[in-house]
Design a protein around this ligand. Sequence first.
Ligand SMILES: *Cc1c(COP(=O)(O)O)cnc(C)c1O
Length: 447
Amino acid sequence: MNHERSRALYDRALSVMPGGVNSSVRATIPYPVFIERGEGGHVIDADGNRYVDWVMGYGPLLYGHDVPESVTAAIQSAAADGPMYGAPTEVEVEHAEFLARHVPSVEQVRFVNSGTEATVSAVRLARGYTGRDKVVIMQGGYHGAQESTLVEGDADDPSPSTAGVPEEFAKHTLPVPFNDPEAAREVFEEHGEDIAAVLVEPILANMGIVMPVDGYHETLRELCDEHGSLLVFDEVITGFRVGGLSCAQGKFGVTPDVTTFGKIVGGGFPVGAIGGRAEIIESFTPSGDVFQAGTFSGHPVTMAAGKAYLEYAAEHDVYEHVNDLGRRLRKGITEICADQAPSYTVVGTDSLFKTIFTREGPARSDLGECCTAGCRQDPDCPRYEYCPKTGADVARAGTDRWERVFRQEMKERGILLTGNQFESQFVSYAHTDEDVEETLEAYKHAL
Ligand SMILES: *Cc1c(COP(=O)(O)O)cnc(C)c1O
């Protein structure tokens, strides 16, 4: 495979953009492939190479690169009417109504322009609403590029995870391990009265995909209720991908106070949203006193695309299709791993999938009754003890081999995976049986 043009473009990019990219994760090694165009479940790069694309924009592209006719029509019509106004439009009301109708916890919505902006606003909202400063986050959780959550360490000793965040800010953030109810109880025992919110991805989906163990979210729900803190589900990635139109909260049957959305909700355009009970969301200005604003918020083209996107999913077998292909990918990769790399863990649910290069596991002969289509955190599974429960468990896996050897090999075989072991991969409605077969064949060679 020839990558000459991508390499030349990256060389130019390095002169005018830091690291040659506009979002860090895109700077894949040795250099990224520059995309020329998409076609269904495939992308074609600047050198004319075609790949089966499981990156799917890192989540938003539920339909792949060719959107349904109704979505194209909605986008073109909104753009032709004029890009934006700085005044409300009917389509944002309709899109908000759709979210309120389908997502269990949502009565009101504020639309913004990115997932990051949604979590920034949700944290400010929780602090304003409760009059408290501290937020609990999960180690290995991701909530975008924002000050309150770019924090590592533990609740006793939090510190910024990046340059540019003051130590003083990090003190207001309390990181705890995911899937550890005891650690959550302890942090509430010590800081309960100061905790504005617990911010959690229902599934860690930017850290190899880690499913919650039974009862974990219920414990967080109870602790928040007991202490008057808000439970905030960050569904930027899981929203309208896991659990269909009711999102991960519908799948798990746990109702958060506030939910953040992004990715799919904008139909491929920049978007974020904060939803929840009216009484809480109304704390935003102008109805309340928590300042929130944005020139582009509720952008007519984004709203038209997002609304048409979700309406199409409500009327077609979209989730059946993507979830079925997701299951077949996970099952197929599980079988290949059992044969070639029994210590590896296949993870994911619905239309998410990933292979974590965990370093230890039961002997091949003991693999009998494992979860067959991705880790379910089933205590009866012989792998239960070995399957990652926290972000730290994922970080201990063979990250370098994943990124430097395996991903490269897959790429050369025409299969484009996300840039590192931590980012999820996504099935779209445009992917086909052949894409799955071709991908499994490549796994056989590359694993
Ligand atoms: C992608 C993501 C974000 C950040 O969204 P951006 O649109 O990239 O700012 C926040 N939270 C989660 C869970 C995400 O997956």
